[in-house]
Design a binder for this molecule. Structure first.
Ligand code: PMP
Length: 428
């Protein structure tokens, strides 16, 4: 069998550079919160394939559900001859989505597609054109979602033109001196200078800004957006693609604020690694598009539906929502202890949204001096020491921690030991 380096050489020759990879590590097998590469080296996984394997790698119940589905059939097309699992999954999502309004769902395959569809639904419902998104937001790599995404390199570089009628305003981050008033003022100016509110179909917001740096949206911010949407008949879309399915210590992150969005996009953690995504929202809005206006050949694949139903069972049976909070309390204590050691380098520690956790690296104790070089060096060193961690942030200076919600405590400590070792020796 080939080494990691040999596979990486073949990969570079065969796969275009646009699809880059974080680590030249080729996985042979994975189980719960651990992975093993083609050379037999073991990794603790603090990334879960970017917030996907919330129930761990290859959870036995998810695997069994998928195998059973594949034995029966793998595809009929939900738009031709549907199947019970799609209906059951929609019923589950409708039950779990926050807020009292009756809900309906649709299924697609990727997160970006879910966002595209949420916008289509909002436009069909309002018959309006404008969409408001936030600086630092991330909503996908398709043309419309790239237009929404508020981070240039590498996502948007050379890919324009982007669709019209997208407007972006600052996302409130106290740590970086952007207040809620700044955001609301920018929206007010937008309504005066660029688009009247009666032309705005939707405002899309991540309840924890993800790729942009793991910044939780405050309750006051989400309340203000809800009020604006109510006042002007705008559809409020919560993008829960990274924050959903137990990750933040609630089933959906919007529950922290008690605010019911009109539409919600879901993907990633939904099916433990099988490609399925969806939009769930208020029934009367969801029903706006004509029959046949939504869907796709692989929309709501039977395999994805079976996996998602099993994932929801596992989250509930194993009380993974509570586990997310337990995990975050361990990280919180250890990261705070680490900051005592390196107060000038470790800026804000964000652990109050369950197991969607982050640490910002700065210089001289100054939040306006990001330290992306150190983050990059530690992420690169960590995989060589057997730990997969991810970075994020508009400034590239944030470590994000997204372990499986099923990770044993001992593995959290072992992973954090590696992280501390990597950080300490880069600084010394
Ligand atoms: N929205 C959010 C909040 C995301 O985090 C992501 C993926 N990182 C997406 C949308 C896009 O999902 P996908 O990569 O499945 O298209």
């Amino acid at each position: 069998s080939l080494t990691n380096a040999e596979w990486q050489a073949r990969k570079i020759a065969a796969i275009a550079r646009g699809e880059g990879n974080l680590a030249p590590v080729y996985i042979e097998r994975a189980e719960n919160a651990e992975m093993w590469d083609v050379e037999g080296r073991r990794y603790i996984d603090f990334g879960t394939g970017i917030a996907v394997c919330n129930t761990g790698h290859s959870h036995s119940k998810v695997v069994a559900a998928v195998k059973d589905q594949v034995d029966r059939f793998s595809h009929t097309c939900v738009m031709v001859t549907p199947y019970d699992t799609a209906v059951r999954l929609a019923e589950e999502l409708n039950r779990l989505a926050p807020g009292p309004s009756p809900k309906k769902s649709i299924f697609v395959t990727t997160g970006a597609e879910a966002v595209e569809n949420a916008i289509k639904i909002a436009r069909a419902h309002t018959r309006r054109r404008g969409v408001i998104a936030f600086n630092g937001g991330y909503h996908g790599r398709t043309n419309f979602t790239l237009g929404l995404t508020g981070k240039n390199a590498p996502y948007k570089t050379h890919f324009g033109p982007f669709p019209a009628d997208i407007y972006r305003v600052p996302y409130p981050i106290n740590y970086h001196g952007v207040s809620l008033d700044d955001t609301l003022h920018a929206i007010e100016m937008l309504f005066k200078c660029d688009i009247i509110p009666e032309d705005v179909a939707a405002i899309i917001v991540e309840p924890v800004q993800g790729e942009g740096g793991f910044y939780p949206a405050s309750d006051a911010f989400l309340r203000a957006i809800r009020d604006l949407c109510d006042r002007h008949g705008i559809v409020m879309i919560a993008d829960e693609i990274q924050s959903g399915f137990g990750r933040t210590g609630k089933f959906f992150c919007m529950e922290h604020s008690g605010i019911e969005p009109d539409l919600m996009t879901v993907a990633k953690g939904m099916a433990g690694g099988f490609p399925i995504a969806g939009v769930v929202g208020k029934a009367e809005i969801m029903d706006a598009p004509l029959p046949g206006g939504l869907g796709g050949t692989y929309a709501g694949s039977p395999v994805g539906c079976a996996a998602a139903l099993a994932v929801i069972d596992v989250i509930e049976e194993e009380q993974l929502v509570d586990r997310a909070n337990h995990i975050s309390s361990i990280f919180d204590a250890r990261l705070k202890a680490l900051r005592e050691q390196f107060p000038a380098l470790i800026g804000e520690i964000r652990t109050d949204r369950g197991a969607m956790m982050a640490v910002e690296l700065i210089q001289d104790g100054d939040p306006s001096k990001p330290n992306p070089e150190l983050v990059k060096a530690v992420v690169g060193d960590a995989y060589q020491q057997g730990l997969v961690i991810l970075s994020c942030g508009v400034r590239g200076n944030v470590f994000r921690f997204l372990p499986a919600l099923t990770i044993p405590d001992a593995l959290i400590h072992e992973g954090l030991d590696i992280f501390e070792k990597c950080l300490s020796r880069m600084i010394d």
